[in-house]
Design a protein around this ligand. Sequence first.
Ligand code: NAD
Ligand code: UD1
Length: 342
Amino acid sequence: MKILVTGGAGYIGSHTAVELINAGHEVVIVDNFSNSKPEAVRRVEKITNAEIRLYEADLRDRTALEQIFADNLFDCCIHFAGMKAVGESVSKPWEYYDNNIGGTMVLLDVMRKNGCKNIIFSSSATVYGSPAEIPITENCPKGKCTNPYGRTKSMLEEILTDLHTADVKNGDKNPWNIVLLRYFNPVGAHKSGLIGEDPKGIPNNLMPFITQVAAGKLGFLTIFGNDYDTHDGTGVRDYIHVVDLAKGHLKALSAIEKKCGVVIYNLGTGRGYSVLDIVRAFEEANGLKIPYKIGPRRPGDIAVCYSSPEKAGKELGWAAENGIVEMCRDSWNWQKNNPNGY
Ligand code: NAD
Ligand code: UD1
């Protein structure tokens, strides 16, 4: 298939581009480099030995997007582009709604005008809010999101679903096919150590914070609370290797090919690890010490969040293959080889 990957220079997009190309798909990337660098795409080319058509453009730039669709006939779009920092979204809600919702609206309009109505969308476990059940299945009702970032994901899921519903109601012969992928906590990096997560400034997320402590860039990790109702008091999450996550998108393409309508899949491992579990696993996997202190809870955090990935297993034949050791090893390998990112 010929696939438009929006945000393909980013963390998950670059890893997905590798898997798509390795599986024989043709990838075209559009990115405005607001949170990434063109070097990431060059590295993807190096890993795959392929040439990638890359457009530097903002999704809100309709003229640029129309040109991309005039130049290419796409079978599907995998839509990663968006802003993703939870804390920042609270202080800059307009920017989050404008970029995530506004950018997607222009993309969807240009797609439908060009007859490409197949899309795989990067959603998040954050749409479950404080989940009503653990492990979380796709039937778990969506919860109240505590921040604008999460609300953009939840709203976009609904906007996409409405498009399909209207097509069915209107008897459209070419209705939208939409796969909503709810990611749990992506970590790790490609085995080559050539691509990985390259956060700007001090990382908000646990694994990049740990790797920067390991590299000596940060003095110690602050664990946000040890009084949760979990086996050791620290927060439990479903960490998933980014290469497994990337492969989930390949499998999602098979749903698109089967004209799936709207489908939702959790992409997680189904296993929960606490912050202390991760610290210990990282230390053991890499033979390093991670100094830490216990701090107060981070506002908005929940105690436990992990998936049931059963639906993706049954319907897509997908399951995460990498365990916590590989996640910790590959995260460190990337950080070690690229101390200053790209
Ligand atoms: P990322 O920031 O590394 O990648 C996003 C890419 O989109 C960046 O390269 C950025 O420059 C680009 N971009 C942003 N706005 C754009 C615009 N208007 N036009 C063109 N390009 C634009 O983030 P990621 O971790 O790779 O996440 C990819 C997607 O997955 C995002 O939608 C994110 O919200 C979602 N997601 C991520 C996580 C996670 O933990 N990383 C978890 C759940 C969901
Ligand atoms: C965060 C986002 C969530 C997003 C997800 C994936 C928040 C509140 N939630 O989830 O919306 O979908 O990332 O990108 O930001 N921790 C520490 N010390 C740190 C960093 C984290 O103890 O310095 C703990 C957290 O309290 C949590 C766990 O580590 O228990 C994982 O945190 P993080 O990596 O930020 O992911 P989430 O909070 O699960």
